[in-house]
Design a protein around this ligand. Structure first.
Ligand SMILES: Nc1ncnc2c1ncn2[C@@H]1O[C@H](COP(=O)(O)OP(=O)(O)O)[C@@H](O)[C@H]1O
Ligand SMILES: [Mg+2]
Length: 280
């Protein structure tokens, strides 16, 4: 049971598309929590309007106004797509609704990492949208087991991602002051066009965080996945979905790394106290 937050720094590098693609091939029970405070695109896009608008953050926020949501979250989830094993906690439709659901970020940051759906523990993939949106789900990011920063490969994207890394590490530090914040942070490259501008190694060097995978620009599958209109038959075996599977394996690898040694350098503890480290 892990909570993984996917977030962007600038533009639209495909956070929602990548989240949906990951969920469809996730090897364990999984829930997508659509917490982008601007646009929840999955009901209108991936589900082509077939989903249930009442099952999602807005319904949950109404409950939260009068009672505890601890035993309620699973009542507001639905299949990610018809017939899909993956589940969805649908987001808001327009930015004006963000203020109404932002009060959920704090309780959800504690509930989602240990969520049970249909009596089974689930991994949760959180679509956080852009880090800099008003009402961004920062409590979820702070409490994530892993934050994935999606970035394009052009200099303008890398510059924005570099800035986002500083912001994200500050938030991660706030939640777990004694652990190396970069241990819970990784980047994923999604080139913004078929032509590459900078390779993964160069981007990793600049960002100074593990850059764990690259998901290709793909006009046939990637660009159509949310719209689902022209997906080629057998798209699950496409090169795009192969990239997504490699990304999934890299995420698991990242999550299974041993925790780094705690940093206690600036702490002077009173004599006789054990190390107050909190790692991972
Ligand atoms: N791998 C890809 N290749 C080509 N187009 C993509 C890819 N991933 C996403 N897109 C397209 O980019 C646009 C933004 O994608 P989206 O997932 O909505 O981004 P975000 O959630 O970051 O705003 C959409 O039109 C989508 O179809
Ligand atoms: Mg999105």
């Amino acid at each position: 049971m892990v909570m993984i937050c996917l977030v962007s720094a600038k533009n639209a590098p495909g956070v929602t598309t990548t989240t949906v693609a990951l969920a469809e091939i996730w090897p364990r029970p999984v829930l997508v929590a659509e917490c982008d405070p601007r646009y929840g695109d999955i009901l209108a896009g991936y589900q082509q309007g077939t989903g249930d608008m009442t099952k999602g953050l807005l319904g949950l926020a109404a409950i939260h106004q009068r009672s505890d949501i601890t035993q309620q979250v699973y009542n507001f989830v639905q299949p990610l797509s018809p017939g899909s094993e993956a589940r969805l906690l649908a987001g808001i439709q327009v930015p004006a609704q963000a203020a109404g659901v932002a009060a959920l970020w704090e309780p959800l940051s504690h509930l989602l990492p240990s969520l049970i759906v249909k009596r089974r523990p689930v991994d949760v993939l959180v679509d956080c949208g852009s880090l800099h949106s008003p009402h961004a789900p920062l409590p979820l990011i702070r409490n994530a087991d892993l934050v994935l920063l999606l970035t394009g490969d052009h200099l303008e994207h890398i510059r924005a991602a570099h800035d986002a890394v500083q912001t994200l590490t500050t938030h991660l530090m706030a939640a777990r002051p004694y652990a190396d914040p970069r241990w819970r942070l990784a980047a994923v490259v999604r080139p913004s066009a078929a032509q590459r501008h900078n390779n993964r190694k160069a981007i990793q060097h600049t960002l100074e965080v593990d850059t764990i995978a690259e998901v290709r620009h793909d006009e046939r599958v990637g660009a159509e996945l949310l719209g689902r209109r022209h997906l080629p038959g057998g798209y699950l075996r496409s090169a795009y979905m192969r990239d997504v599977k490699i990304l999934q394996a890299s995420i698991d690898q990242q999550l299974s790394r041993p925790a780094p040694a705690a940093r206690t350098g600036h702490l002077s503890l009173p004599a006789g106290h054990g190390e107050a480290a909190h790692v991972g």
